[in-house]
Design a protein around this ligand. Structure first.
Ligand code: C2E
Ligand code: SIN
Ligand code: SIN
Ligand code: FE
Ligand code: FE
Length: 399
C-alpha cells in the first residue's frame, strides 16, 4: 500500500468537506476518486425512490478535459436497485466489486454489463471498480463507479485490491460530506416549497433550472474573465444555492397578485416588485459569503443592464415604505445578479405562467440576443450562447 496515496486521500477529504452544494460535491468526489487511479471515466449514482439515479458521468477520453467532461450530468437516466446491473448489485450486497473486463463477466454472476451506454458513446468500458456509498446507519445512499484506470502510457489496466481498499476508505468519509450537502439542499427546497405553496408556478423544477443555468453561465463567464479555477469552483458552489432562492421574497406577495390570470395593473406590479426587497431582507444579517450572495441576487435580479430595471439603490431595506429609485446600471449590478437575471427570464419565457403561454425556443433565444446591451449584460449573453447546449439539456432534465 502506498502511503502517499493515503495522505493524498486525507488531503482530498479535507478539501471536499467544505463543499456545501451537492452537485459540486459529487462532481468533485468523482473527479478525485478517478484521479487517484488515473481512471479515464466514472459515474456517480444516488438512490432516489428505490432507483439508482444517474447523477454524474465523467469521461476524459470522450469529453476531453475535466471542465467539459461532465456533459451527461443532466440526463434523466436511472436504473433499478436489483442484482441485474453491476451498480445495483453493489448497492444490494453493500460490497465493492472489481471487474477486470465487463465484456467477459461469468454467466454465473447475477449481474451483467449494460452495453447501451458504450454503444451510444462509442466508448469501450473494460475495468470497473464499483463502490457503494454507505452511511453510518448502514444505509446505502448511492454508488460510484470508476472506469478504466490507466498506466503511465495510457493503457487500460486492472484495479487491485489496494485500489478497492482505498476507494472504500474514501467512500466512507465522502458519505459524511454527501449527506450534509443533501440535507442543505433539502432545507433549501423546503424553503422553496413554502414559497411554492403560495405560488405553485415557483416550483422546484424552476428553481433547480435557474440554479443550474446560472452555474453554467458563470463558469464560462468567469473563465473568460481570468478568474482562477479554484475560485470558480468555490463560487459556483454558493451561486447555485443562492440563485435557487432568487424569488423567495414572493412568499410575502398576496395571492390575488401572485396568481392573477391576466396582466397586473400598475399598482399590482408595483407591489410585485417588492419581492426583491422582501427576499433581500431574509439575508440582511450579512455574515457569510453565502448570505451576501443570496442578498445580492434576491435584491438585484430584476435590474437591467441599461438602467431601466428595479429596485435601484435602496437606502434602508427595512424601511416601512420602500421608494424605488433609478435602476442600477451596467456593472453597478453585481455579476451574480446579472447572470441570474438572464437565467430567470430565459426560464420564464420557456415556461407556462399564470399570465403567459410558453414561447417557442427559437423565439426565446432571439429575444435574449435582441436584449443584449438592453436588459442583459452583453458578456453574460455571450457566455449564455456559448453554453447553449447545456442550457437546453438542463431544460430537458427538469421539465
Ligand atoms: P416571472 O414570471 O418569473 O418573470 C420573470 C421575468 O421574466 C419578468 O420580470 C420579465 O422580465 C420576464 N418575462 C416573463 N414573462 C415575459 C413575457 O411574456 N414577455 C417578456 N418580454 N418578458 C417576460 P418582471 O416583469 O419584473 O416580473 C416579475 C414577476 O412579476 C414575474 O416573475 C411574475 O411573477 C410577475 N408578473 C409580471 N408580469 C405579470 C403579469 O402581467 N401578470 C401576472 N399575473 N404576473 C406578472
Ligand atoms: C450503466 O451505465 O448502465 C451502469 C452499468 C452497470 O452498473 O451495470
Ligand atoms: C413564477 O413562478 O411565476 C415566478 C418564477 C420566477 O420569477 O423565477
Ligand atoms: Fe423575481
Ligand atoms: Fe424566477
Amino acid at each position: 500500500m502506498e502511503e502517499s496515496k493515503i495522505i493524498e486521500i486525507l488531503r482530498i477529504l479535507e478539501n471536499i468537506s467544505h463543499i456545501k452544494d451537492i452537485d459540486t460535491l459529487l462532481e468533485q468526489v468523482l473527479f478525485e476518486a478517478r484521479k487517484i487511479v488515473n481512471a479515464e471515466a466514472g459515474s456517480v449514482f444516488l438512490i432516489k425512490d428505490n432507483y439508482l439515479s444517474f447523477e454524474y458521468v465523467q469521461n476524459d477520453f470522450l469529453y476531453g478535459n475535466y471542465e467539459n467532461s461532465s456533459d451527461y450530468m443532466y440526463t434523466k437516466k436511472k436504473i433499478p436497485v436489483d442484482n441485474k446491473s453491476i451498480a445495483g448489485y453493489a448497492a444490494l450486497t453493500k460490497k465493492s466489486l472489481i471487474i477486470d473486463d465487463v465484456y467477459n463477466i461469468s454467466p454465473n454472476n447475477p449481474y451483467s454489463f449494460n452495453r447501451r451506454f458504450d454503444k451510444l458513446s462509442n466508448y469501450i468500458t473494460k475495468s470497473v471498480l464499483t463502490v457503494p456509498l454507505i452511511n453510518n446507519r448502514e444505509k446505502v445512499i448511492g454508488v460510484f463507479q470508476i472506469i478504466n484506470p490507466t498506466d503511465k502510457n495510457g493503457n487500460v489496466i486492472s484495479f487491485t485490491d489496494d485500489d478497492s481498499f482505498l476507494a472504500d476508505l474514501f467512500a466512507k468519509q465522502a458519505v459524511i460530506a454527501i449527506e450534509k450537502a443533501i440535507m442543505t439542499r433539502e432545507i433549501i427546497l423546503r424553503m422553496i416549497s413554502i414559497a411554492e405553496l403560495r405560488d405553485p408556478q415557483e416550483t422546484g423544477a424552476h428553481v433547480n433550472r435557474v440554479g443550474a443555468y446560472s452555474v453554467e453561465i458563470y463558469k464560462n463567464w468567469a473563465q473568460k474573465n481570468g478568474i482562477t479555477d479554484k475560485i470558480i469552483k468555490y463560487n459556483k458552489d454558493i451561486l447555485r444555492i443562492a440563485a435557487m432562492l432568487h424569488d423567495v421574497g414572493k412568499v410575502a406577495i398576496s395571492d390575488s397578485i401572485l396568481k392573477k390570470k391576466g396582466k397586473l395593473s400598475e399598482n399590482e406590479y408595483g407591489k410585485m416588485k417588492l419581492h426583491t426587497i422582501y427576499g433581500a431582507r431574509l439575508f440582511s444579517n450579512s455574515g457569510s459569503e453565502w448570505d451576501d450572495m443570496a442578498r445580492e441576487i434576491t435584491l438585484n435580479h430584476h435590474e437591467r443592464w441599461d438602467g431601466n430595471g428595479y429596485p435601484g439603490y435602496i437606502n434602508d431595506l427595512n424601511a416601512k415604505k420602500i421608494k424605488f429609485k433609478n435602476g442600477k446600471k451596467g456593472d453597478q449590478i453585481p455579476i451574480y445578479a446579472r447572470i441570474v437575471a438572464l437565467a430567470d427570464v430565459f426560464d420564464a419565457l420557456m415556461s407556462q405562467r399564470w399570465y403567459k403561454d410558453p414561447w417557442p425556443e427559437q423565439k426565446v433565444f432571439n429575444f435574449i440576443l435582441a436584449e443584449s446591451g438592453k436588459h442583459f449584460d452583453p458578456s453574460v449573453v455571450e457566455s449564455f450562447i456559448q453554453v447553449k447546449e447545456r442550457i437546453i439539456s438542463i431544460w430537458g432534465k427538469f421539465s
